[in-house]
Write a protein of this length. Sequence first.
Length: 320
Amino acid sequence: MAVCVAGQDGQFSGGKLKGILEDLGKRYRVSDGRRFRLNQFAPDDTGPFGRDDEEAAGSMLGACVEQMAELQDKLYAQDRWALLLIFQAMDAAGKDSTIKQVMSGINPQGCQVFSFKAPSEGELDHDYLWRVMCCLPERGRIGIFNRSYYEETLVVQVHPEILERQHLPPELVTRNIWKERYEDIGAYERYLSRNGIRILKFFLNVSKGEQKRRFSQRLDQPSKNWKFSAADLRERERWEEYMAAYESTIRHTASPHAPWFVVPADNKWFTRLVVASVVVETMKSMDLRYPRLTPAQRDELERARGELARAGKSGAKRKR
C-alpha cells in the first residue's frame, strides 16, 4: 500500500514512511534485559517527530490501521499463528485509549480483549497463571490483555501483603519469590511461543508529571469524573517502588520471543503510532497469506461456479 505522509517540513513523504515505522519498534524494543535501565527511556520522547508533527503521525497511524486490517484477515484465514498483545502501565497512561485507537480497524470477530482486575476468591484458589490460560487467543486471532499476569511481579511486589491472600504454603513465600516468578513467566512465554503464539509486551511509560495532569483532568471534567479513584492517588505515592518493580520485571522477562516495548506515553498520538507500527511490523514478519487451494478444492469451486451459472439462466427463463 503506497502512502505519502508529509510533516510540516515534508520529511515524512514517500519512501521514508516504511523506514520510520520499522525504526520505531527497534527504538523502544527490549529483547535482552540484562543491561536494561528504565531511565534510558524518556516518557516524553517523540522519536523522529517534532512537536508540530502530530498530524503527520495521525496519518501514519491511519495507514497502519489499514495495513493491520488486511494482515488480520490473512491471519484468520491462514489459521496457524495467534498474536498476544500485553499492556501494562501506571494509572492514566492511556492503555484503554491506545487499544481503542490502534485496533479501530480490526474485525471484532478476530480479536479478544480481556481486562484483568484484582483476582476473585475463586481465582485465588488457583495458581496465578490459571485465569489467563483460559483467555489466550486461538489460532488466527489477536488477543489483548489489558493488564496481565505481570501484575504478580508489579502490584504484588509493591504490596507483598497481597501474598497472604493467595493461599500459598508459607514455606514457598521466600525472598526468592520474585526471581522464581520471573523464571516461571519466562518459561510460560517460551512455551506459548513454541506453540505458535507471538507475544508483544507494551509498557506505556508515562511520567509522574503527566500522570498528575491527567488526574487533574479527571477531576475537572465532568465527563471524566467516573475515571477517578482515590486509590489511584495512594498508588501514586509509591511511584518509585513501582518504577523499580517495572525495571526489575522488564530486565528479567525480556526475551527475543517475548520482547518488551517501553513506549513513551506522555504524548498519546505518539504512543499509538509506536504500538501500531510494532504490531504491523510483527504481523508482516509472520509471512501471513491466504491458504492455497488444493486441486480438489479448485475443482469444487469450478463445479459451484457452473451450478450458479445454470441457476442464473433458469431463473431468467422463468421471469420471461
